[in-house]
Ligand binder design. Structure first.
Ligand SMILES: Nc1ncnc2c1ncn2[C@@H]1O[C@H](COP(=O)(O)OP(=O)(O)O)[C@@H](O)[C@H]1O
Ligand SMILES: [Mg+2]
Length: 264
């Protein structure tokens, strides 16, 4: 059964020069409960906008967006988001940052601290609980953001290019870690990436979006069993899926490239 249901979603922004930009138009999408879905598409196609709307942080200009059968109107306790750039509070420690979502959900202080400890440790941050974000590397900050999102045991985890700022090796470690967590929890994940390889490695289905205005161009199922390890990177099914996604994406990426050149 679908847990997330988007129908005819449209999002229009008023740009600085007062022209209207239609970022998303006619976007239809169903995400099944417990599914790992990756969204790819050229820069500016509305991926972050769509995720923000799912998180209840922004609202469609038109259309119907539902989670668990009810319209998304505001942030919900069962939905957590990991942002592209870590969004930690600089004046709070690692532990306090991880506990924020719990406190916002009304969990008592002692319990919030216990759970925050558990997830801080799981994120490989033992010994750093009382450090401030400025004392951490980029990868560690991103771990804090992920620990904070997971600590609230969300039914839906939204991730906006969460590994984009990491170096290649750290990124692979994070991908493996996320797969491990997913195999354990099996909650719904909607993950935005611009890496086709990352999308196919992680997802059950890869959604390719069109260049502006963004909508679903094609959905490519990835027929690879779980648990997945790095070995599948050499698998012919993996390589085929990657080619399928790239073939659909290429046209859209080219449109995006042309638009950038015209704007320059
Ligand atoms: N707050 C905003 N005001 C005006 N335009 C915006 C705003 N947020 C996003 N946009 C525009 O909407 C389009 C989609 O942006 P975004 O969702 O960030 O794309 P993506 O994440 O796919 O790169 C872009 O053209 C962007 O410039
Ligand atoms: Mg984005």
């Amino acid at each position: 059964m679908e847990q997330i249901r988007a129908r005819n979603i449209q999002k229009t922004f008023l740009a600085a020069d007062l022209t209207r930009v239609t970022a998303i138009k006619d976007l239809d999408l169903d995400v099944h409960r417990g599914e790992f879905l990756c969204l790819v598409g050229p820069s500016g196609c509305g991926k972050s906008t769509f995720l923000s709307m799912l998180a209840g942080l922004d609202h469609p200009s038109a259309g119907d967006l539902q989670i668990e059968g009810t319209p998304v109107q505001a942030p919900r306790p069962e939905v957590a988001m990991v942002f592209q750039e870590h969004s930690l509070f600089p004046w709070k420690t690692v532990l306090q940052n991880v506990a924020i979502g719990l406190k916002a959900r009304g969990v008592r202080r002692k319990e919030a601290e216990d759970v925050a400890h558990q997830f801080t440790e799981m994120a490989g941050l033992r010994g750093f609980e009382h450090k401030y974000p400025s004392e951490l590397s980029g990868g560690m900050k991103q771990r804090v953001g992920i620990a904070r999102a997971l600590a609230v045991s969300p039914e839906v985890l939204l991730m906006d290019e969460p590994f984009g700022a990491l170096d290649a090796q750290t990124r692979i470690l994070f991908q493996e870690e996320l797969l491990r967590i997913y195999d354990q929890f099996r909650k719904t994940i909607v993950f935005v990436t611009h890496s086709v390889e990352e999308a196919v490695f992680l997802a059950d289905r890869v959604v390719v979006m069109t260049f502006r205005p963004g909508r679903v161009k094609e959905i490519i199922p990835v027929g690879i069993d779980r648990p997945r390890t790095l070995k599948i990177l050499e698998d012919s099914i993996f390589l085929k899926a990657q080619t399928s996604v790239w073939e659909v994406l290429r046209e859209e990426a080219a449109s995006g490239f042309r638009a950038l050149k015209c704007a320059a």
